[in-house]
Design a protein around this ligand. Structure first.
Ligand SMILES: [Zn+2]
Ligand SMILES: [Zn+2]
Length: 149
């Protein structure tokens, strides 16, 4: 694995927080609100329409990995970066914050508590407009300062 591949992986992973933030703010709370709306309402059943966005990112990752497959070049590692971020997002956002499983209930540190708090602020708004805290791993510092229970 060359340095370029390591950088491709790391930069893609980090960039995905920005991409996720932008998509959440301008697409999911924009013209695709009809798909994301389900996530701001109580969930019925295992899946929600909002899960479509996972498929969207998974297909981007697969295209990248497909084109980088032969030489396992930077495109392949960018695909791995997108996948790794998607996995992180699923674990932290869906399992830990929204408790689609109970496995992570014991995950406890001021950072994770603050992340959950910040995301709950996002969910305070049931509607499409005037949202806050569209990211996941990055959020306003104030949540760290008062993340006690
Ligand atoms: Zn939202
Ligand atoms: Zn959420």
């Amino acid at each position: 694995m060359t340095i370029i591949n390591i950088l491709a992986f790391l930069l893609t992973y980090l960039a995905m927080e920005g991409v996720a933030w932008l998509t959440h703010k301008y697409v999911m709370h924009g013209f695709l609100w009809s798909l994301h709306e389900s996530h701001h309402k109580p969930r019925h059943g295992i899946f929600e329409k909002n899960d479509f966005f996972f498929l969207f990112y998974a297909s981007i990752a697969m295209v990248l990995m497909y084109f980088g497959w032969e030489k396992l070049d930077y495109r392949f590692w960018m695909g791995i970066g997108v996948t790794a971020y998607g996995f992180t997002y699923f674990i932290l956002h869906d399992i830990f914050i929204h408790r689609r499983g109970k496995w992570l209930d014991k995950l406890d540190s001021s950072y994770f508590r603050a992340m959950r708090k910040a995301h709950k602020v996002h969910h305070k708004k049931m509607g499409k407009e005037d949202g806050e805290e569209f990211g996941l791993l990055l959020f306003k510092k104030e949540h760290l300062h008062n993340s006690g229970r």
